[in-house]
Design a protein around this ligand. Structure first.
Ligand code: SF4
Ligand code: SF4
Length: 319
């Protein structure tokens, strides 16, 4: 079973790599100016090779694969996850070559380009497909294991809250705010041609990794990090368009946190230990499930092994 899981994980990651390469190769197949998907076809061999050989996608895929295997085969140890999150932060946050375009731009820019009828570049599309593919393979494998700003918030969330208790935001409210911000941004794109998130970077903390030291960025990042002490991943749940996209993709993810109902004795230890609002909804069988960031806390907290990061089955197909 464990070996099958590893094989399945490797196949899934290989599949995602193929998905990433398809648009690159498709671009290379035709003629044109190399400007992007919306314009002429790309014959610039160097840009094709650059797209294919970007180390960040390979490393990102490997980190996600590691996360998937850890979630599937052993109970995630808090120290191992913390160590991996620090590695991800250094790798994809601090090393400048590893985060272009940022996850936020990878999602927002193609939408903006599409709405205003502009050329969608190969670089941005590849990053978007990478994020989407990982998220389809496993719920939030990108956000939970590869995004540098996501892991930064999660690392800060490990600081004990001065009020003695962490806050779990009601998902209907946090998701409503996230959707509202996205809708306002879309309207803004239609009217002005610019999106809300990157307008003077008022909602774009990823600029932090470009080493831009602006007041607006300092206020945004400072506010998010202070909030992260009290709330699990506040930017992800309340603002991030990538979070919104990957939350939608969670509905079709192959691997997700699953409850094995017959093993559960309703002790609720997983709910008490988990930082997110998702576990309670999973246990209650709610239709509206909050984002699960695949941290594994609930899985390792359960004394009955009643939670797993398993292949999703419809209700009728569940064990
Ligand atoms: S929701 Fe946004 S900030 Fe959070 S992990 Fe995903 S991409 Fe990163
Ligand atoms: S604790 Fe929450 S975020 Fe972490 S794996 Fe469980 S449901 Fe997902």
């Amino acid at each position: 079973m464990k070996r099958n899981t590893i094989y399945l994980s490797v196949v899934c990651i290989a599949l995602s790599m193929i998905l990433i390469c398809v648009p690159v190769m498709a671009e290379g197949g035709g003629g044109g100016d190399g400007s992007g998907m919306g314009g002429g076809r790309n014959t610039d061999v160097s840009s094709i090779l650059a797209g294919l050989s970007e180390i960040k996608f390979i490393l990102g895929g490997l980190v996600a694969l590691t996360g998937l295997i850890l979630l599937r085969t052993i109970k995630i140890n808090r120290n191992i996850r913390t160590l991996l999150m620090c590695v991800v932060f250094v790798l994809f946050g601090m090393l400048v070559i590893m985060h272009q375009p940022s996850p936020l731009r990878a999602v927002v820019d193609p939408i903006t380009d599409f709405v205003i009828g502009s050329t969608i570049t190969l670089k941005k599309t590849t990053a978007l497909i990478f994020i989407g593919s990982l998220s389809v393979i496993g719920a939030k494998l990108f956000c939970g294991w590869v995004c540098p700003f996501g892991v930064l918030q999660e690392i800060v969330n490990r600081i004990p809250a001065p009020i003695g208790k962490k806050i779990k935001l009601p998902f209907k409210i946090s998701n409503g705010i996230r959707i509202l911000i996205f809708a306002i941004s879309l309207i803004m794109v239609l009217i002005t041609g610019s999106d809300l998130y990157t307008y003077h970077n008022i909602l774009n903390p990823f600029e932090l990794f470009e080493w831009h030291f602006e007041l607006v960025l300092a206020v945004l990042v400072g506010a998010v990090l202070i909030a992260s002490i009290f709330v699990y991943r506040p930017f992800c749940y309340l603002v991030c368009p990538v979070g919104l996209l990957t939350w939608l993709l969670e509905h079709v993810s192959i691997f997700r946190v699953r409850l094995l109902r017959e093993l559960c004795n309703d002790c609720n230890k997983c709910i008490r230990m988990s930082p997110c609002p998702s576990v309670e909804a999973i246990l209650n069988g709610d239709k509206l499930l909050p984002d699960c960031f695949a941290c594994g806390v609930c899985i390792s907290a359960c004394p009955k092994d009643a939670l797993e990061f398993g292949v999703w089955r419809s209700k009728s197909g569940q064990k």
